[in-house]
Ligand binder design. Structure first.
Ligand code: NG1
Ligand code: ZN
Length: 546
């Protein structure tokens, strides 16, 4: 291929893309947008979109000197009939934001001719040499629409001369991991073996190292949302060994497609603030729920009266921040741990982190790409969305500091090696439910804590999240990490006036990046007040003349 010129490639791809694209016609009455989580909608409407994502993935790889790009087909916590597709950049990160517009353009090109001209226009504008080899890998979750979408993706890739590898069914974070492994394989810091087995080996080895001699980890029951996380956690548990970790996986029926995320999983548990269907919690024991593609996790427990206590992303972030802050102290190294949250973080968690733990807290817009980039600015950056999506990033310089440190005492040595093992245990590419599960278990084992002790750090303000359907959500524009509405003009002042009437009241309104709706969040000193505030703000939004 490298012997062919760019001009020859242009003619060849033009013919092929047109021919294959005709097999994947675009639904006429739709406009597609590459949002926070890529494209996400009914699986039956995604065929043309996925085909075109294949074209873009190839261009992205060519632009980045043939580095491998990932494509994940999943709709995460959304219902079984939905599906979605998103691109993974070479270091395992989300697609660079400036490319989202090309994804949207490709998806909306009307006829084959328009698509082909968009393809070459992007190649030209970005000075992409079409004779450069392109490499893409992809995977999907367990949804029924997955195989057909994979076929569409393969057509998109083949028609534009892309080399690809199908990794079958994986969790989203496993694909991110493999992408990073492939692209760092020949560097001085290879991330790991680029395979599913490599992933299990890396995580299980770090987990066993970190826990050696530290006591028995708490027993945990995990609700896998009847998604891909179930079989993958079973597999990971085999590598760890039942003698080290006692984990029971429930809601692991991936064969009955309609059960996926149905009254179970991380999103259900977080939004309903109750235990999932299919899991009978044992009092005081640790339980967790994954979402449908296993990149989110929340924990919970019940008391003997079956009262439910949620340990969400904010609680995970706080646990990790305290643990890492204390290890840094013992290590006596000049490292700083910081936390990144969104406006959805419970106000009580932010106050606890700032005032009690005394770590810097940064707030970004919703969407992990924003949190991820902000977390990279700390030596060790903990980021979690309240819904349980997050991870802990170790900067290359922090790793170097840890690797070259000379410990003066056994305690210092232990702190340094623990921090280094944490960096191996915690997925450095993206929030990963399986990796986060092991991190939480590790910390609880070190602290000799059960879920109740973990929960004691602070008490959540009662809160409510409401979804409001409006004629056009794009009319709503925000600023200040989405906490303030600038449009429609005048609405924010009315919200502020309402908020003032409630003890510890806080409320904000923003358009969803993944659904055609507006989200209203509220918190206040009591459950009644939080509910009432959310309702009043939602009513205000609904009645606002647009
Ligand atoms: P939107 O639909 O933009 O609110 C939701 C979550 C985000 C993030 C994305 C991606 C809430 C309130 N929002 O975004 O945090 O996880 O999905 O999946 O949880
Ligand atoms: Zn997810």
């Amino acid at each position: 291929m490298s012997e062919q010129t760019s001009d020859q490639m242009t003619t060849q791809y033009s013919t092929q893309i047109k021919m294959f694209s005709a097999l994947h016609p675009r639904p006429k009455d739709r406009t597609f947008t590459y949002g926070t989580a890529g494209f996400r909608l009914l699986g039956s409407l995604l065929d043309s979109v996925v085909f075109r994502v294949g074209l873009l993935a190839g261009l992205r790889s060519r632009k980045l000197k043939s580095q491998t790009i990932g494509v994940m087909i999943t709709a995460s916590h959304n219902p079984p009939a939905d599906n979605g597709v998103k691109l993974v950049d070479p270091q395992g990160e989300m697609l660079e934001a400036s490319w989202e517009v090309y994804a949207t353009k490709f998806a909306n090109a009307v006829a084959e001719d328009e698509l082909v001209s968009e393809y070459f226009a992007v190649a030209k504008a970005l000075q992409i040499d079409l004779a450069t080899p392109a490499n893409v890998i992809f995977a999907r979750d367990t949804r029924e629409s997955g195989p057909a979408l994979v076929a569409a993706l393969k057509d998109g890739l083949s028609s534009s001369g892309v080399e690809y590898k199908d990794y079958g069914i994986l969790t989203t974070p496993q694909l991110h991991y493999i992408v990073k492994c492939i692209n760092t394989a020949n560097s001085s810091t290879p991330y790991g073996t680029p395979s599913e087995i490599g992933y299990y080996e890396k995580l299980s080895a770090a987990f066993k190292t970190i826990l050696a001699g530290k006591g028995k980890p708490p027993v945990v029951t995990v609700d896998a949302a009847n998604g891909v996380g179930g079989p993958k956690l079973d597999e990971l548990a085999k590598y760890i060994g039942a003698e080290v970790l006692d984990v029971t996986v429930v809601n692991d029926d991936t064969a009955t497609v309609e059960k996926l995320n149905h009254q179970c999983g991380a999103d259900f548990v977080k939004t309903q603030q109750q235990q999932p269907l299919g899991l009978e919690p044992k009092p005081w024991a640790l339980h967790a729920s994954l979402d449908g593609d296993a990149d989110r996790i929340v924990f919970y427990y019940v008391d003997e009266l079956n009262k439910f206590f949620l340990l969400d992303g904010d609680k995970i972030a706080s646990l990790a921040a305290v643990f890492i802050r204390d290890l840094i102290k013992v290590s006596a190294l000049d490292l700083e741990v910081g936390v990144v949250q969104t406006a959805y973080a419970n106000g009580s968690s932010s106050a606890y982190l700032k005032d009690t733990v005394k770590v810097p807290v940064k707030v970004t817009s919703t969407g992990v790409k924003h949190l991820h980039h902000a977390a990279q600015l700390f030596d060790i950056g903990v980021y979690f969305e309240a819904n349980g999506h997050g991870t802990v990033l170790f900067s290359p310089s922090a790793i170097k500091t840890l690797e070259t440190a000379e410990a003066q005492s056994p305690a210092q040595k232990d702190a340094i090696t623990t921090l280094l093992s944490l960096a191996d245990l915690i997925n450095q590419t993206v929030g990963d439910a399986l990796s986060d599960l092991l991190m939480v278990i590790t910390i609880l084992t070190y602290m000799r804590w059960g879920p109740q002790e973990w929960n004691r750090a602070y008490t959540d303000f009662p809160n409510r999240l409401v979804r409001v359907v409006v004629p056009d959500r794009y009319v709503f524009k925000t600023t200040n990490a989405e906490r303030v509405l600038v449009e429609p003009v005048g609405l924010q002042a009315e919200i502020d006036a309402l908020v003032k009437k409630y003890n510890c009241g806080r409320s904000f309104v923003r358009p969803s990046g993944t659904e055609d709706a507006i989200r209203v969040y509220s918190e206040a000193a009591s459950r009644l007040e939080a509910d009432e505030l959310a309702k009043k703000v939602a009513d205000l939004v609904q009645a606002w003349p647009l």
